[in-house]
Unconditional design. Sequence first.
Length: 292
Amino acid sequence: MTPGMTRPALEVRHFSHGYRETPVLKDLSFAVDRGDFFILIGPNGSGKTTLMKALAGIIPAAGSLKVLGRPVESYSRKALARHIAWVPQQLPLDFPFSVREMVLMGRAPHQGILGFETREDMAVAERIMAVTDIGPLADRKLNCLSGGELQRVFIAKALCQEPDILLLDEPTAFLDLAHQIQVMDLLEQLKQERGITIVMVSHDLNLAAMYGDRLLLMRDGGILSLGSPNAVLTFSLLEAAYGCVLLTEKSPLGDFPRVTTVPGRIAKRAVNRLCRQADGLDAVAGDPSREE
Ligand SMILES: Nc1ncnc2c1ncn2[C@@H]1O[C@H](COP(=O)(O)OP(=O)(O)OP(=O)(O)O)[C@@H](O)[C@H]1O
């Protein structure tokens, strides 16, 4: 076994970051195991993107970060890019490049000083464009693509880096349902067949439940919970994080939870019904006019 294979992919110790005076990441410590599908969840503004940017080295953070057992500072920029690839949430639209050119840019960390593409670089790019379903778009300019197509191009560019660790900020945000599953299946396949560690942000708790090995639930710049989907996606933790009622139950698809959003009017009716039951007024059950 290669030295360092047993070390976590990422080790975060006492990570803190603030924008101006406001603390956004508050002393976070955790590790991501190699080959894990690790998903960050949490409400808007809880610090998920900031944490991902700090892991990707885009913004500084106080504390320490080890990548594959080595301090992140010990890597050159190019060496780090051979280990970690990053797909941001906000994708640049204004590049005057074709899809193929953009995907090939992912090969840069593997190229020599002159940056010429080899036959192998071209073959890797073509293979990855095929698996990400963007082959037919190869000659289109980026500014002529839909949001979902652009998202798949940037995922393909990151995969072209052939990284050990893939960081993705809401990679399914602009995708239709079929492409959401296609991208998540592809990430799962990369994890299973190549041992790639996947760290991603998602607002989709059901995708997180179905694909995640471990979930990190953030609230207000801190870690509210870290563990398996069954441990993290509980009624009380989700209510504490999101401040709304979410129905959690065992999924009919496997040993993971299914989370259903509950509209306010239905939550209110359910609470009213429970209150009436507690008061011994069950006779009104079934009379919708009494449920409001
Ligand atoms: N460049 C910035 N300057 C100042 N404050 C920022 C900046 N970027 C983010 N913030 C603030 O930091 C906090 C965390 O933002 P962040 O984008 O990390 O949250 P998030 O959990 O990813 O949110 P979302 O789910 O909405 O994408 C928010 O209060 C946000 O307003």
